[in-house]
Design a protein around this ligand. Structure first.
Ligand code: NAI
Ligand code: MG
Length: 342
């Protein structure tokens, strides 16, 4: 098998701590992957440098995928690192789908009494480029009593179709159930387009059962009856909110992986744990690396190493069953490596 080059952006705070453990786990699977590290982090902002250099961009462009730890530094103005690193790559590669599996792992404790491994096992597909996050709108008559701020929700047939089609494919490969989430009762224009696209794609996947839920009601159901969700698809803003709630239900942000992928082009995907740089625990060696390890598994699956991806997911489960997904960062990753079936 020819080896593939994976770009690694460890980033800030606990990012480097968890990423190095994810790399160790991937290496232990024997996947033919070569890692190339990029020092893209807040240090550059402090030194007045560009966050990503042109040559680095070219290297990133031609990588098979990108594994990111986290970016975030309390001393950098809010939004700068997100915009110049995460959003920049997301838009450059047109990463139209944000995939967030939410699974209650053995050994993880959900705040919900009724939660268990069967009921909390779902995947959210979040549209990743549009909605209210597209950045269109404007401010008018600023600093006057008539000040006006507009923030539009952008919904194109192309991007909605891309996310919805991906969700149907996933649902067909899992339990054959898809929930789409919106606020069609008030956001009627966007809602109509989403409804039409869901209907169209449903015709291509008649075997998938489709349910609709309002975004607010989703928050109730996720807490009271998480088992009703398997695959769920929604727009950028609703997806941001409900996946955080899903993460809480799954027993903690340190366990959750995510993937930003481009289902309709050849650009590299960006894979990262859901958590941020956690400055409060950075450097202590206590960050949970599970989210990063599972993100690396999603990356391996996306670039064609299904066997190694599944091996990692099984090892994480087995380590959890053995009660070993808590403790210090290194202890957790060693437990995962020990449970790899080799
Ligand atoms: P955070 O996710 O970094 O931390 C929230 C809480 O969860 C903290 O108490 C932290 O200690 C804990 N936590 C997070 N990951 C953990 C892990 N793996 N193991 C154990 N505990 C963990 O979110 P916060 O505090 O809102 O943001 C910190 C910085 O990270 C900010 O600068 C923010 O902008 C950035 N951030 C970056 C993200 C990214 O790179 N994709 C995502 C979210 C936030
Ligand atoms: Mg969020």
């Amino acid at each position: 098998m020819t080896s593939k080059r994976v770009a690694v952006i460890p980033g800030d705070g606990i990012g480097p701590e968890v990423t190095s453990e994810a790399i160790a786990v991937v290496e232990a699977t024997g996947a033919p992957v070569e890692f190339e590290e990029f020092g893209i982090n807040s240090g550059r902002w402090h030194r007045g440098e560009d966050l990503i250099g042109e040559e680095e961009l070219e290297r990133l462009d031609t990588s098979a995928g990108i594994l990111l730890g986290a970016v975030g530094d309390p001393a950098v103005p809010s939004g700068v690192l997100e915009r110049d690193i995460l959003l920049r790559l997301r838009f450059r590669y047109d990463l139209g789908v944000n995939l967030r599996p939410v699974r209650l792992l053995p050994g993880a404790r959900s705040p919900l009494r009724a939660a268990n491994a069967e009921s909390v096992d779902m995947v959210f597909v979040r549209e990743n480029t549009e909605g209210p996050y597209a950045g269109t709108g404007g401010s008018f008559r600023v600093d006057t009593p008539d000040e006006l701020a507009l923030q539009d929700s952008v919904n194109t047939r192309r991007a909605v179709t891309r996310a919805v089609r991906y969700a149907f494919e996933l649902a067909a490969a899992r339990r054959g159930h898809l929930t789409w989430i919106h606020k069609t009762n008030v956001l009627t224009h966007a809602g109509r387009l989403w409804a039409k696209v869901v209907e169209e794609q449903h015709q291509r996947f008649p075997q998938v059962e489709v349910a609709y839920q309002h975004a607010d009601a989703t928050c109730i159901h996720l807490v009271q009856d998480p088992g009703r969700f398997d695959v769920a698809v929604t727009d950028n803003l609703f997806g941001d909110l409900v996946t955080d709630l899903g993460g809480a239900v799954a027993g903690g942000i340190g366990f959750l992986p995510s993937a930003n992928i481009a289902p309709d082009n050849q650009h590299p995907g960006l894979f990262e744990p859901v958590h941020g740089s956690a400055p409060d625990i950075a450097g202590l060696g206590v960050a949970n690396p599970t989210g990063s390890i599972l993100s690396a598994a999603l990356l391996l699956r996306e670039i064609g190493f299904e066997e190694q991806a599944t091996a990692i997911e099984k090892a994480v489960n087995a380590a959890g069953t053995a009660g070993r997904l808590s403790g210090k960062t290194r202890e957790i990753s060693s437990a995962v490596v020990e449970h790899l079936d080799r």
